[in-house]
Ligand binder design. Structure first.
Ligand code: NAD
Length: 260
């Protein structure tokens, strides 16, 4: 029997990049997967539902749809996100700030809130409950940089919200775990503006050179981590943060000049 067979998963931002890879890996592991997004999904496994993570009404409707059709919810991957243009504190407008926080931070809050409600229907407090929420944050939540001011703030919020959710669910004995994932540079359409400016291969090489391992990551490499956190193999893990970044947050590289 497949590892996740009988389990139901929602992946937000499931039409592209890390979300699309996660949909495939969860489905391969046997889960019934609902991929949600504001842009249509072309091809791929799983049922697609159009869903804007910033809308509380849309979250209520999504949970009603999933519980109505599938009868349960076991896994939520809060993955949908935007870069917001990588502006600094000076160049970012209030409108840009609010848009980034609404999608990257408030969208994850709403996802956790309604997923817990949905997971409680079928699993709350029972030993066999396997509720798992995986929130996609970023290394921008772990180290600062001048560039993405709104993005960094939104991902920092996701990191600590995940711990708050984990502790709340543990205290309530809901049997629901919550963890955050912190990717480094992953080759996905989130970098489309850069690919357009300098070409995909050149851009990929440039970003890859900032990673000690010497390359960008692939969406599946984050999907594998998400799959592990979603599955019962990580059953003792909650409130934790997992980095997959080719060594970026490990420290300074020798070629930075600090050690030779
Ligand atoms: N690619 C990277 O280098 C990287 C690094 C760290 C973290 N992340 C995070 O990984 C997640 C996935 O990003 P990706 O790199 O796969 O980018 P992507 O652009 O390929 O995918 C993001 C998806 O989110 C969807 N989305 C945007 N706004 C939405 C909304 N309001 N409601 C529902 N869906 C919405 C988009 O339509 C898109 O399909 C994001 O949260 C991103 O911040 C990415």
């Amino acid at each position: 029997m497949s590892e996740l067979s009988g389990q139901v998963a929602i992946v937000t931002g499931g039409s592209s990049g890390i979300g699309a890879a996660s949909v495939e890996l969860l489905a391969q592991a046997g889960a019934t997967v609902i991929a949600t997004d504001i842009q249509p999904r072309t091809g791929g496994t799983g049922r697609f539902v159009h869903h804007d993570v910033t809308s509380e009404e849309a979250w209520k409707a999504l949970l009603a749809d999933v519980l109505g059709r599938e009868g349960r919810l076991d896994i939520l991957v809060n993955n949908a996100g935007v870069s917001g243009g990588w502006g600094t504190v000076e160049s970012t407008t209030v409108e840009q700030w609010r848009q980034v926080e609404a999608i990257n931070s408030e969208g994850v809050f709403l996802g956790c809130k309604y997923a817990i409600e949905g997971m409680k229907v079928t699993g709350a407090g029972k030993p066999e409950s396997k509720g798992s929420i995986v929130n996609v944050s970023s290394i921008a939540a772990l180290i600062g940089s001048a560039g993405p001011a709104a993005y960094s703030a939104s991902k920092g919020a996701v990191r600590l919200l995940s711990k708050s959710v984990a502790l709340h669910c543990a205290e309530k004995k809901y049997g629901i775990r919550c963890n955050s994932v912190h990717p480094g540079g992953i080759d996905t359409p989130i970098f489309n503006p850069l690919w357009q400016a300098m070409g995909h291969e050149k851009g990929k090489e440039m970003i890859g050179s900032h990673h000690p391992i010497g390359r960008m990551g692939e969406p599946e490499e984050i999907g594998e981590m998400i799959l592990w956190l979603a599955s019962d193999r990580s059953r003792f893990v909650t409130g934790a943060e997992f980095t997959s970044d080719g060594g970026v947050t490990a420290g300074l590289m020798r070629r930075s000049g600090f050690a030779s």
